[in-house]
Design a protein around this ligand. Structure first.
Ligand SMILES: C[S@@+](CC[C@H](N)C(=O)[O-])C[C@H]1O[C@@H](n2cnc3c(N)ncnc32)[C@H](O)[C@@H]1O
Length: 425
């Protein structure tokens, strides 16, 4: 199975990989009543401004789809359908804004405009051109086209992105007399085209920057966990803030920070902006109200509830800065310690470990030993606790030497990982 992605650049045709885009659900096989679709032609599609039920697709790291569907349910958005790599749901603008603000595991939220069969350039152009783009984009605005292809007759993602852009700007020029320009770095409107088995789904990307960019990570350390994945890990452990949570290899603190955001009821999107804020239909008073309500619900993290350790003091300094950037200054404790010195306080809680697993030449023996130590430390010093290890290396995981009571499959980008659960008694 081949998958190709492309982001259209102004004036040239480079290929730039981006975060994963929809696969199964919302990946083009369903036909939703937004925009005109030759699969189920709608004689009188509602103008964009009057549409209330938006067909949405949340792209989610694989393995976290059910969690994202549950998150949507908790936001009062019923009927979400989890599929491979994402969740399809219907929401009004308030639901779309809340989902962007609050979803911890989704990487972007797309709003479907049209779905149509597409096996050649003419069908692509016609299917895109029929959308009333002048309702969505004025000539003064900027746009970008992201494209992903799977198992389709059109195989050149750069070409598909270019053809899509042509159809969009032609339609706007016909309606308005001039056309918008392309800006790939920070466009007003990001258009998403997904071709799967010769069915094309055209969507607006309501998130803009991927949602894992929360705005709190100021610098990157060597192997930071993606924020959406860290949030999924915390959710999979079932941790609810009633017992301590510790991360003995916290690096830049992504797991402690995501856990703290959850328990403090801080929306992950509070510190950032979103694509939909540039849209012509943006309802700023609705948005301001949602943000105010969220801010009113924020609580402090109880002292000593969440702790991170690492042997790398620079990573710890970064973790402290990231925590402060997330609005959690002084609410997570960090300690400089080697795993060998680690002993959690109290007789129950959750230990989450994300050890290194990328093996470079000469590192294998060290990592085997580290994984042995993880097993020993969990067994001897964490009695009564529940342990979790997230790793992308199943061979190394064997060296932990304890029997996992559960295994969750999660994808860190293309890397298939396991979150292993250990009952420690
Ligand atoms: C994969 S990184 C963790 C990344 C982290 N989850 C983040 O988001 O930044 C593994 C971390 O384990 C730490 N580490 C490796 N060996 C260690 C040891 N023996 N004791 C404590 N920390 C260790 C490294 O310094 C590194 O920060």
């Amino acid at each position: 199975m081949s998958e190709k992605k492309h982001i259209l650049r102004p004036g040239r045709r480079p290929v730039q990989p981006e975060s994963p885009l929809p696969g199964g659900v919302g990946g083009g096989v369903e036909c939703h009543e937004i925009g005109i679709s030759p699969l189920h032609p709608s004689p009188t599609p509602l103008p964009w401004m009057e549409r209330e039920d938006l067909s949405c697709f949340a792209a989610v790291p694989r393995g976290a789809e059910d969690i994202a569907a549950h998150e949507l349910k908790m936001l009062g958005i019923a009927g979400a359908i989890a599929g491979k790599g994402g969740v399809a749901f219907v929401a009004d603008r308030s639901g779309l804004y809340r989902a962007n603000l609050w979803l911890r595991t989704a990487s972007r939220l797309l709003v479907q405009l049209a779905v149509f069969p597409c096996s050649n350039p003419d069908e692509l152009y016609a299917g895109v051109h029929v959308i009333a783009w002048q309702d969505l984009i004025t000539p003064a605005m900027t746009l970008a086209v992201d494209c992903s292809l799977r198992d389709s007759a059109l195989t050149h993602s750069g070409f598909v992105a270019l053809k899509t852009k042509d159809a969009v700007v032609d339609r706007i020029r016909e309606a308005c007399g001039s056309r918008p320009s392309v800006d790939t770095s920070s466009p007003d409107v990001r258009i998403n085209v997904h071709l799967h088995k010769n069915v094309c789904t055209v969507s607006l990307d309501s998130s803009g920057e991927p949602l894992d960019r929360r705005g709190y990570r100021l610098e990157r350390n060597e192997a930071p966990l993606r924020e959406t994945l860290a949030a999924a890990v915390v959710a999979l452990t079932g941790w609810d803030g009633s017992v301590p949570l510790v991360d003995p290899m916290c690096g830049s603190g992504t797991i402690p920070v995501e856990a703290a955001l959850q328990v403090a009821r801080i929306p992950p999107g509070l510190k950032r902006s979103f694509g939909f804020q540039h849209w012509l239909d943006f309802d700023s008073s609705l948005w301001d109200r949602l943000v105010r309500e969220a801010e009113d619900g924020i609580q402090r993290v109880p002292l000593g509830l969440i702790t991170g350790y690492d042997k790398d003091s620079r990573a710890l300094a970064l973790a402290a800065r990231n925590s402060a950037g997330a609005g959690l200054e002084g609410q997570i404790h960090y300690f400089h310690a080697d795993l060998m010195e680690f002993k959690p306080e109290g007789n129950k809680g959750v230990v989450i470990i994300n050890p290194p697993y990328g093996i470079r030449m000469g590192e294998e023996d060290d990592l085997r030993e580290l994984y042995c130590q993880i097993g020993d430390i969990m067994k001897k010093r964490c009695k009564g606790w529940t342990g979790y290890v997230l790793t992308g290396n199943l061979e190394l995981a064997k060296y932990i030497g304890l029997k996992a009571s559960r295994r969750f499959v999660l994808f860190n980008g293309p890397i298939e990982c396991r979150l292993l659960k250990y009952e420690l008694y």
